[in-house]
Design a protein around this ligand. Structure first.
Ligand code: NAP
Length: 306
């Protein structure tokens, strides 16, 4: 047991919020965990399965007396939440979030954080395509990266404490600016999701290939796209609305690469295809060597919980 916070307020109890509650329980990081969720169903489940000790129907009530407040709601909802809780935050408290975009979170929230409260935005690079309070598991953050984007002139001790918290949840931590975070995530996460959504939409629009054939022969790559494209629509709508510039920049580069491949296919340029595929295979090997995935075959069937 290593109690780091007396009272943690978890605002939003979906995949990330519930996983954090379970990770805190597993490692004994909080004396008391309270929660806020929008719907009565989520509040009831959170109590029922022991994610939180108390649950509130308003975020303002939940944050009273908390020394750590974590916003685990869609990116587009964080600004309003910050405005609502601002006057109720305790002096000395750390306020953080887990949103997949950082620039707009800083823009939308920072002005509502009172003096004496330490706002340190964050983003755990860990997730699944599941959502809701029952989808969480304590091991979600283990051996994954958590990026913190502290504000210029912010309190270094608060950032260090939040880093220690994520490390106690099993994560590796890194600090960067919000803009750099948004650029990195545009290529590693946001663009792949956009491509998956497009691929699945293209298949469902085809008239000459039946739905049954798409499902039946999905092992040949399509199944992995459907897994990514099954992610929460609200979360992903907000990601693209809030990381517009970086996504458009990566999409422009992607389109250029695609045109090169298209040309190689049209002209039967095997050398270009082979060289590009060889480079891509190397990227996969590097990810495995860095311990961010295993080399064992996974056809999208195994739910990784450890
Ligand atoms: P989730 O499972 O869908 O849970 C979202 C939670 O936010 C739910 O408790 C929901 O309440 C609440 N909520 C939704 N809209 C709200 C609003 N307008 N105001 C207040 N509360 C609202 O989502 P999640 O996957 O945990 O994602 C939460 C955050 O983590 C997002 O910002 C996302 O970008 C980030 N993130 C996600 C992943 C991932 O892979 N999923 C990874 C890293 C970071 P109800 O249940 O009551 O409806």
């Amino acid at each position: 047991m290593n109690v780091m916070f007396q009272k943690v307020a978890m605002l939003g109890l979906g995949l990330i919020g519930s996983s954090l509650c379970l990770a805190m329980r597993k490692h004994g990081l909080a004396q008391n965990i309270v929660g806020y969720a929008k719907t009565p169903e989520t509040r009831q489940v959170a109590l029922e399965i022991g994610l939180v000790d108390q649950v509130y129907a308003t975020a303002a009530e939940a944050v009273c007396g908390a020394d750590l407040v974590i916003m685990c709601v869609p990116v587009g909802a964080c600004g309003q939440l910050a405005q609502e809780i601002g006057p109720h935050l305790s002096p000395g408290a750390i306020l953080t979030d887990v949103g997949s975009v950082k620039g707009t979170i800083v823009r939308d929230c920072a002005s509502f954080v009172p003096q004496g409260v330490h706002f340190v935005p964050g983003h755990p690079i860990a997730g699944t395509e599941q959502s809701g309070p029952r989808s969480g598991f304590a091991e979600l953050f283990e051996n994954r990266w958590c990026i913190l984007t502290p504000l210029a002139g912010g309190d270094a001790a608060a950032t260090a404490k939040l880093e220690a918290f994520w490390q106690a949840c099993g994560s590796n931590t890194e600090l960067m600016t919000p803009d750099h975070h948004d650029l990195v995530l545009a290529i590693t996460s946001h663009l792949p999701h956009l491509i998956a959504y497009t691929t699945v939409a293209t298949a469902s629009d085809l008239e000459s290939v039946t739905d049954t054939e798409v499902i039946k022969y999905s092992a040949s790559g399509f199944r992995d796209f459907t897994r990514i494209a099954a992610s929460d629509p609200t979360m992903w709508r907000d990601v693209f609305l809030n990381n517009k510039e970086a996504v458009l920049e990566m999409l422009g580069r992607f389109t250029e690469e695609l045109a090169v491949l298209q040309r190689a296919v049209r002209w039967g340029d095997g050398e270009t295809l082979f060289n590009l595929f060889t480079r891509a295979r190397e990227a996969r090997r590097n990810i495995i060597a860095a311990g961010q995935d295993t080399a064992s075959p996974d056809f999208g069937r195994v739910q990784k919980k450890s």
